[in-house]
Design a protein around this ligand. Structure first.
Ligand SMILES: Cc1ncc(COP(=O)(O)O)c(C=O)c1O
Length: 310
């Protein structure tokens, strides 16, 4: 935490909105939209919830295919299965470690020939590095296939000078405890489409109709962010740039120390963007390095340094 959060939490208590609604939620959404450069945003209980709502709105139903990155976290794709749809995984491009646009183009062309297109494409911005969104949009737009960017790990990263997720049909962000900024748990769905976000907000609040009594003509979810957590998020937004700076510094430090060792390669940074370096990641070639990644992990654990295989 940065110190600002407590001030906003106090404001939340003073307003007595201890609920998944209130002034902090509205302000967090507005400030987030300004920070990311995506015009509309709805604050939710998790990034997974944000992806679920986005897919619901795109009309994904049982049996549909949704294309996703194979190198990702389960929260990208578990919502595909909530809807009974089928996730189809695309391998990573060696230059970015993100969805390989060449493989995507090939498969979409094959899909068009078969007459069965995917309902959506979900590239992940892995470990804080943006996927090649313009290439992916070029492939998907002629077929009107919506692209939902899973930018859960990439807040503060840029792609061709614009923020992660800008230009997609919608983008998903996470404020889980392990993310670059956190609300303990939480997420955001953001889009240039005002109606898309308004509908997501409606669905996230149990799809309650505009009536004085409780009436629901469709099924929604209980996915809205708490006013208290939004207060934390507002405080955290102030330190996003600083967090990115420090994360990049951590990466630079490891790289300076280890780059000359045979058998170690660092996750590359694509020329089109600036990664937030949410995680520092290396590739180990055991033959050259002399031992495998599991032995490295165990040795680090003995020093109380957390590491894990990807
Ligand atoms: C790539 C990716 N997608 C989705 C999620 C899901 O976000 P959440 O944990 O807020 O549900 C996460 C993080 O947890 C993530 O890293």
């Amino acid at each position: 935490m940065s110190g600002n959060e407590q001030r906003y939490i106090n404001e939340a208590f003073e307003s007595n909105y201890i609920a998944p609604v209130g002034p902090q939620v509205e302000l967090f959404e507005k400030e987030f939209a300004v920070k990311t450069g995506i015009s509309y945003a709805v604050a939710l209980s998790s990034g997974t919830a944000a992806m679920h709502l986005a897919l619901c709105e795109l009309g994904v139903v049982a049996g549909d295919e949704v294309f996703a990155s194979t190198l990702t976290f389960i929260g990208s794709v578990s919502p595909v299965t909530f809807l009974g749809a089928i996730p189809v995984f695309f391998d990573a491009d060696y230059k970015t470690w993100n969805m390989d646009p060449g493989l995507l183009a090939k498969e979409i062309n094959a899909c068009a020939e078969r007459g069965r297109l995917p309902k959506a494409v979900i590239p992940t911005d892995l470990y804080g590095q943006c996927a090649d969104l313009d290439r992916i949009l070029e492939i998907c737009t002629p077929y009107e296939i919506p692209v939902i960017v899973d930018a859960a790990e990439a807040l503060g990263a840029t792609y061709k000078g614009r923020g992660a997720g800008v230009g997609a049909r919608a983008a998903v962000f996470s404020f889980n405890g392990n993310k670059i900024i956190t609300t303990s748990g939480g997420g955001m769905l953001a889009s240039e489409d005002k109606e898309f976000i308004a509908q997501a907000r409606f669905l996230s609040q149990q799809a309650r109709d505009a009536a004085p009594h409780f009436e629901h003509s469709q099924i929604g979810f209980n996915y809205r962010m708490s006013n208290i957590l939004a207060a934390i998020g507002r405080g955290q937004l102030h330190v996003l740039d600083e967090r990115v700076r420090v994360k990049r510094q951590v990466f630079t430090k490891y790289k300076a120390a280890l780059q000359d060792i045979d058998g170690i390669e660092f996750m590359p940074e694509a020329p089109f963007g600036k990664s937030n370096r949410w995680l520092t990641v290396i590739l180990i070639s055991p033959e050259q390095f002399g031992t495998d990644q599991e032995k490295v992990r165990v040795a680090l654990e003995a020093e109380n340094i957390e590491a894990r295989p990807l």
